[in-house]
Design a protein. Structure first.
Length: 344
C-alpha cells in the first residue's frame, strides 16, 4: 500500500484487495453475510465510506473513500461513547465504557493522561484504510476460526491497494472493474444479479450501497451544492457496466445465435492482434493494473504522487505516469509499468 496518500480535497480513494490463504474457496452465503455485516459496521466506526465492493468465494475488493486522517483527531469522548456499541457488545462494551468512566474520574482529580491515551487509541483507527482493512480481516478471521475449529492465518498477505484519483473517469472505471468481478468469473451474466457487490445491492435498493456509488458524482460534479441521488448515478454507471457489445437474441428463422456481448476469449484474441478496445470492453478481462498498479488516475495525478514520493523510486526513473496497454484508456495512467502480461 502507498505509504502516504496525496491530499485530494481532504480525502482520498483507495482500492483494496485481499485473498484467502492458498486461495481456498471459504466464502459461502453464511460467511459472506457475516463479512458484509462487519464491513458495514466498521465503515461507520472507522469513518470511511465504502464506495463499492465485491465479495467473491476466495477474495474481496473494496473501494474506499477516506477522509483526511487529521480530521479523526477531533474525536471526542461523547462521540467515542456513541461509536463503541457499533463494534462492541455485552461484557466487552461494558469494560470499554467503564475504562472511560474511570479515566474521566482520574482526569477530574488530576492527570488526563489516561483519558488522552484512550482517545488516541481510537483516533488512529479513524479515517484510515489500513485500520479498516486490518480490523475487518482480523474480526472475520476470529469468527471463522471459531466456527470451523481452526487456528492460524486466513489471508495470504496483508492486502494490496491502489490509490485512485478522485476524478469521475478514474473512479467510475475502478468501481466498474470491481462490480464486474462476478461477470468475469462467469457467476452471472448481469452484474445487478450478484447480491454481494455494491452495484447488486444498489439495484436492490440498499441505501448504503446507493449512497456509496452516488459519492462518485457527489465528489466530482456537485460538491456540497446539492445531494446526488441514485437517479443521477444509476443510469450513468449502468452505461459503463453494460456497454460491452450489442446484445442480440437468437433468431431461429435465420439461424443466428444469441450474442450477449464480447466474451473474455474474444477480447483476448483481439488483444493478441494488437486491437484497441474500449474501456467497457477491457473491463471484462481480469486486469492486474487494477490490483498492483499502485496509483491510478490522470497523468498529472500519477506524476504528482511520484514527485511527492520520489525517494521510493530508483534514481534512473524520471517520471511517474505510465500508459496502459490493450485499450483506449484516454487520459488514464498507472504508476507501475507491469512487465508481465497485465491481463490475467
Amino acid at each position: 500500500m502507498p505509504r502516504r496518500h496525496l491530499p485530494l480535497d481532504c480525502e482520498s480513494f483507495v482500492h483494496c484487495i485481499s485473498r484467502v490463504v492458498d486461495r481456498n474457496f471459504i466464502f459461502g452465503e453464511t460467511e459472506k453475510r457475516h463479512f458484509h455485516d462487519w464491513m458495514r459496521r466498521l465503515e461507520k466506526f472507522c469513518g470511511v465510506q465504502v464506495v463499492t465492493f465485491c465479495l467473491m468465494s476466495n477474495h474481496f475488493h473494496v473501494l474506499l473513500r477516506v477522509p483526511d486522517q487529521s480530521l479523526g483527531k477531533n474525536l471526542s469522548i461523547d462521540e467515542l461513547r456513541g461509536l463503541l456499541p457499533i463494534i462492541y457488545h455485552g461484557r466487552a462494551l461494558r469494560d470499554a465504557l467503564e475504562e472511560i468512566d474511570r479515566a474521566e474520574a482520574t482526569a477530574v482529580t488530576g492527570s488526563s493522561a489516561w483519558l488522552d491515551s484512550i482517545l488516541e487509541r481510537y483516533r488512529i483507527r479513524r479515517h484510515s484504510a489500513s485500520h479498516f482493512m486490518k480490523d475487518l480481516k482480523q474480526r472475520f478471521t476470529r469468527w471463522y476460526n471459531r466456527k470451523n475449529d481452526r487456528c492460524g492465518t486466513l489471508w495470504e498477505n496483508r492486502f494490496r491497494s491502489v490509490l485512485v484519483e478522485g476524478g469521475e473517469q478514474a473512479l467510475l472505471t475502478m468501481a466498474a472493474y470491481i462490480d464486474l468481478n462476478p461477470v468475469r468469473a462467469g457467476l452471472v451474466d448481469d452484474p445487478k444479479d450478484y447480491r454481494w457487490s455494491g452495484y447488486g445491492e444498489a439495484v436492490a435498493g440498499r441505501k448504503a450501497a446507493r449512497v456509496g456509488l452516488c459519492a462518485i458524482l457527489q465528489h466530482t460534479n456537485f460538491g456540497e451544492n446539492r445531494q446526488v441521488t441514485w437517479k443521477d448515478t444509476g443510469a450513468k454507471y449502468r452505461l459503463l457496466l453494460y456497454d460491452h457489445g450489442e446484445r442480440r437474441d437468437a433468431d431461429p428463422t435465420t439461424g443466428s445465435q444469441a450474442n450477449y456481448g464480447l466474451s473474455r476469449e474474444q477480447i483476448e484474441t483481439e488483444l493478441a492482434r494488437g486491437g484497441q478496445l474500449t474501456i467497457a470492453q477491457i473491463l471484462r478481462c481480469k486486469l492486474r493494473y487494477m490490483s498492483v498498479g499502485a496509483v491510478f488516475g490522470s497523468e498529472q495525478f500519477v506524476d504528482r504522487y511520484f514527485t511527492e514520493n520520489r525517494h521510493q523510486f530508483g534514481c534512473k526513473r524520471k517520471s511517474g505516469a505510465r500508459k496502459m496497454r490493450g485499450a483506449n484508456w484516454g487520459e488514464l495512467r498507472i504508476l507501475r509499468d507491469l512487465r508481465q502480461n497485465p491481463f490475467g
